[in-house]
Write a protein that binds this ligand. Sequence first.
Ligand code: AMP
Ligand code: ZN
Ligand code: FE
Ligand code: FE
Length: 286
Amino acid sequence: MSQAQRIDLHLHTTHSDGSLSPRAVLELAQKAGVIALAITDHDITTALPEATLAGAELGIEVIPGVEISSRFGDAELHILGYCFDWQDPTLTKRLAQLRESRHTRNPQIVRKLNALGYELSYDDVLRLAGTESVGRPHIARLLVDKGYVTSAKEAFDRFLANGKPAYVPRELPDPSTAIQWIRDAGGVPVLAHPTWAPVSGAELSHLCRELKAVGLGGIEALYSTHKPKQTGEFLALAKALDLLPTGGSDFHGAAKPDIDVGVGRGDLKVPTKLLDPLRAAAGRGH
Ligand code: AMP
Ligand code: ZN
Ligand code: FE
Ligand code: FE
């Protein structure tokens, strides 16, 4: 309870591939001294009503959030969206279509695993997931439950990660399309975990400049796995390009057991002062 005030703008719940309910995440957030947060489930915003209700009880502000995967060559860029109208019918329809691409891909992954000799069905995956936003971490969890691997990480490293034998790419929008979807709903699009991008240094700077030209509003400079030097670089990049710095843990619960709400691996602290500029940028377009 003596934790200094902070925010966490990147959290997953059972509405996508996190292992805890929105309320359980909010309870952990309160213990960590988080005064405002965004649930950023993949391709879905259905956690918001429960999160908002729990936030009202626990004294935590909940701002609308989402995380959209986009296609960047052979890699993915994840675009976070904040402060949008989460009931916007166009966005709701677009996210539903995006979730459909999961249901096209996932059974193909299961078939590849079957061909490798592992017995599991997509019905098992759907039952375990219990949400419409079904992802590879759910398949990883099933592989753990069945005793085929000892951790979700092992499932990714051996089977599910890009380039591994059960990897199947998913049909995804371009980064500029994902950015436009967030803008169309009045929100602020932010490049998630920039160290996951397949480019760095001057190339990353160039990419961010291009994305800013099509509406990018921020960059996730503070993130659980960033080393202090990387945080410094991304803060400088945000400043140089006039992008808003944001930050969050990318908490998933059991899928990433080393990451905690609000504090990441222990040394994450996203300052509360980052929130007002984000709110002010919403609805402004670009
Ligand atoms: P999906 O959206 O179904 O393609 O699954 C992607 C999600 O899986 C990411 O957002 C991460 O949460 C998780 N993930 C991706 N790569 C890995 C990895 N190598 N190890 C563990 N989790 C991963
Ligand atoms: Zn995830
Ligand atoms: Fe992500
Ligand atoms: Fe995430």
